[in-house]
Design a binder for this molecule. Structure first.
Ligand code: DX5
Ligand code: ZN
Length: 220
């Protein structure tokens, strides 16, 4: 079972001096979620946003906030982001020794629970915990920066994960993140992915709302 398609623009490469306008533009363009990339300068070599930005984002949209935590201590930070207004929290499997407990923590805070893996972590590493998850976020670049090149092997990983999720009868969101543009969107969706994160291909366009609309139209 593949859940409905979702477009999740990532604000990472938006103009942060006009963040409110950027979020309003993707909202007006018909985005489904707003993707927020939290990086701690330790789990990944970049430092980005904290809970006060999530709070600010919340004031500029009614869309669900899809928070992607690329941090080394998710156990500490999950409550910071749920308190700030995150609707969905995705943690990295590589960042915890007790993934089931971390997933329970996210759910206990009332958020949807997602788990992400880097391109070199096998999808099979998630099979035990899969029935407990609302979403898997497959990284199609190594996390840390927007504007990187899509890793084509990601498509086969999505196919395997969707097939396994279907065998278990789950209604799992499979989200893909990194290097997605209009030129490879079709093959990403065909691989079993239903939620796509798009950063530079939306926010590096002069008309952000128009670019969002173009992606939505291409998603059918
Ligand atoms: C990368 C982030 C992505 C990134 C996507 O670590 O998780 O969300 O901003 O940007 P593009 O679409 O430019 O690859
Ligand atoms: Zn992300």
């Amino acid at each position: 079972m593949t859940p409905p398609r979702k477009l999740a623009p990532s604000i990472l490469n938006s103009d942060f001096s006009r963040l409110g306008e950027a979020i309003q533009a993707v909202t007006a363009g018909g985005a489904d979620w707003v993707h927020l990339d939290v990086m701690d300068g330790h789990f990944v070599p970049n430092l980005t946003i904290g809970p006060i930005i999530v709070e600010a984002a919340k004031k500029n949209t009614t869309l669900p906030l899809d928070c992607h935590l690329m941090v080394s201590n998710p156990e500490t930070m999950v409550p910071w982001f749920t308190d700030a207004g995150a609707d969905s929290i995705t943690v990295h499997a590589e960042a915890t020794r007790d993934l089931p407990a971390l997933v329970r923590l996210i759910k206990s805070k009332g958020a949807r629970a997602g788990v992400s893996i880097k391109p070199d972590t096998p999808v099979e590493a998630l099979y035990d915990v899969l029935p407990e998850l609302d979403m898997v976020l497959l990284m199609s670049v190594f996390p840390g920066f927007g504007g990187q090149k899509f890793i084509p092997e990601s498509l086969d990983r999505a196919r395997r994960l969707r097939a396994h999720s279907d065998e278990l009868g789950l209604n799992l969101d499979i989200e893909m993140d990194g290097g997605i543009g209009l030129s490879n969107l079709g093959e990403v969706l065909a691989s079993g992915v239903n939620a796509v994160v798009v950063g530079t291909a939306i926010f590096r366009q002069p008309d952000v709302a128009g670019a969002t609309r173009a992606f939505k139209a291409a998603m059918g």
